[in-house]
Design a protein around this ligand. Structure first.
Ligand code: FES
Length: 104
């Protein structure tokens, strides 16, 4: 399935996501600049992405730990999510996200 990622320079990348991988793993596997420092443990907020408006309602809701960790993100918006907590499933075919600014 496809995961469409806009990088911080505005370029769009069409990535192939494997079932059950997290969006973070797909993005990192494609060598896009996402530091994902904690390796997907929902403990860093460096995998922060913005979810395209058309998709925000279609994603499973964030768990409390993700919501708490987003407090440490930079430039957090309504459509902010931690990409390590987005599990790629066939329902998410064509999901669009944008890399958030890097944390300092
Ligand atoms: S990789 Fe650390 S919270 Fe997602």
């Amino acid at each position: 399935m496809k995961l469409i990622v806009t990088d911080r320079t505005g370029n769009e990348h069409e990535l192939t996501a494997r079932d059950d991988w997290s969006a973070m793993e797909v993005i990192r596997d494609a060598n896009l600049p996402l530091s994902a420092e904690c390796g997907g443990a929902c403990a860093c907020a460096t995998c922060h992405v913005y979810v395209d408006e058309a998709w925000t309602e279609r994603l499973p809701a964030a768990q409390q730990q993700e919501i708490d960790m987003l407090d440490f993100g930079v430039a957090v918006q309504e459509n902010s999510r931690l990409s390590c907590q987005i599990k790629m499933t066939p329902e998410l075919e064509g999901l669009k996200v944008t890399l958030a600014p890097e944390s300092l």
